[in-house]
Design a protein around this ligand. Sequence first.
Ligand SMILES: [Zn+2]
Length: 247
Amino acid sequence: VLQTLAGAFPGNALLYKWKIRTSGACDLCGAPAETQAHIQCVCAALKGARIAAHHGLAGMVFSSIAAGGQGWNVYRELTLAGLQGLPVPAAAIADWSRMCDEITDRDLETATDAERALASGIRRKRPDGWAVHWGRRRVRILEFTRCNDYRPDWRETTEDYKTERYRPLRDKMAAGLPPAWSVETVCFTLGIRGSYAEAQWATSLAALDVSPAGVVDLMTTLVPRCLTELDGLYKTRSTALRQKSDA
Ligand SMILES: [Zn+2]
């Protein structure tokens, strides 16, 4: 982990640069440059481990929102079609079902080159989660991203992209609900090395009624877990390489 924090995990691309290897290619998937970002965020051979890391971290964030006790309901891994099946309080049923009638899973079919370039390796037809406050008529599309944090603009790039991706859906849902409702996309972006925009996370979590103590609790467990996941992916890589050379 320490090597990674310093930007010097010996992936093949770095070993090639240091002239220790004759090629910088990834031994698992054949990609031309096995950088840290490739291992952590791109390599197809490590997709399963990366999705598990993403889900584990996102789950911690969503649990802290659900645990706030202020009336937010968090729904994970719910497709657009699944919105219709939510248990809706009587007062909201008419508004909600009218909106759901307008929405289909096709409303998220916007796979673009930009998405592939971002190479999260996780492209799905549903957001990571939904937070709904039925009493206050608020719907929040929740997106959690674990991403490469070596580039200085990593967070803005990721969040701009995510917000753009969900904008048509957000607009359609907002248009399908009466004006008393609000629909927004909320992005939680965590760098692979545990870096995050502290003020922004605090603001986003506060808007979902997570208390200041709840925010501290979450971040003091989330960041170490993020580093454990980072280390876990390198271990998965080593195991896969060993299995490959044994075969
Ligand atoms: Zn690879």
